[in-house]
Write a protein that binds this ligand. Structure first.
Ligand SMILES: [Zn+2]
Length: 308
């Protein structure tokens, strides 16, 4: 049972009424962070991603199109910060689509990926340097990267503040952190699809800013992915101890809190959407459209892999 809040350490929790085997979703009454109180412990989790998750991660064309549209949205958000020669680390890089795109823009790229199917694909098909390990275990030099990205990864972490702090040490002083996570503020699909065993944390823009600032970063730009409304966040390293200086006395900026009661209301109101087929249909059509858009825009960078 994970009962202490990752952001504020609070232990006063509100159940969001989403409880089933391995899932028990709560919000911190102090800062509004949402997490799965019944999350796997850290060791179980690493074993899961390294070994047991593989069956779900068969590589197919549909998945690659979906990954390209996600990477394309991230690249569009990051575009103005990308320059040839910068060193990019993608943590949890999966099949390496984002790295393939940033490499085509002239960046020097490295990935970390636990899943063997994905990391073999990234190495063999995309010729990327990908290490099959966690950020905690990776033998990387301090201040050796200019951009570190976590695309749909931070919600899976066991201790996101600790992992992001490690990323902070690996970034040079002018470097950027890019984080993208599912958006708790958006219209939520079915609770069973949104609140999943594999996701330990559920962020809004506020609580994501609070987590990265806890890890020693200052958020500089927020966005909302047109693909699925994911929260996109660009942050820079806070100068020494300034994360404490920016914050209130409990170490948390007031504006980066959510109200747990409002979160409860949002989550439980949105249950009805599950039954609205048009919502799902619209989402499906949007994904198809984005897949085509992403291939037109960036497909040529994938080096002759088949398009849609
Ligand atoms: Zn809290």
């Amino acid at each position: 049972m994970r009962i202490d809040c990752e952001i504020c350490g609070g232990q006063s929790l509100l159940s969001l009424n989403e409880k089933r085997n391995g899932v028990d979703i709560v919000a911190c009454q102090n800062c509004g962070l949402v997490w799965n109180r019944a999350m796997h412990d850290e060791q179980e989790q690493v074993i899961f991603y390294r070994e047991e998750n593989r069956a779900q991660n068969e590589i197919c064309q549909q998945k690659l199109v979906s990954r390209l549209s996600r990477a394309a949205c991230a690249l569009d958000f990051l575009n103005e910060n990308l320059q040839p020669g910068l060193r990019h680390l993608d943590v949890g890089c999966a099949e390496g689509t984002l790295l393939t795109l940033t490499r085509a823009k002239g960046l020097k790229v490295t990935g970390l990926e636990l899943d063997q199917n994905w990391s073999c694909f990234a190495r063999e098909v995309r010729q990327l340097e990908v290490l099959p390990m966690t950020l905690e275990d990776a033998p990387l030099k301090p201040a050796s990267f200019n951009l570190i990205s976590f695309v749909h990864v931070v919600e899976h972490l066991f201790r996101p503040v600790r992992t992001l702090s490690i990323a902070r040490d690996l970034l040079d002083d002018a470097g950027y952190l890019y984080v993208e996570v599912p958006n708790l503020d958006g219209p939520l699909p079915a609770p069973r699809r949104f609140f999943r065993r594999l996701h330990n944390f559920y962020f809004s823009a506020n609580t994501l800013c609070a987590v990265v600032s806890r890890a020693g970063f200052t958020p500089v730009r927020l966005g909302c992915s047109q693909r699925d409304m994911s929260v996109q966040l660009l942050a820079v390293k806070s100068s020494n101890n300034s994360s404490a200086a920016n914050d209130g006395q409990d170490g948390l900026s007031q504006t980066w809190c959510d109200d747990a009661a409002q979160v409860y209301q949002h989550v439980n109101e949105d249950r009805r959407r599950y039954y609205l087929m048009f919502h799902l249909l619209r989402q499906w059509r949007q994904r198809r459209r984005l897949g085509q858009w992403a291939f037109q825009r960036y497909g040529s960078l994938l080096n002759g892999e088949p398009g849609e």
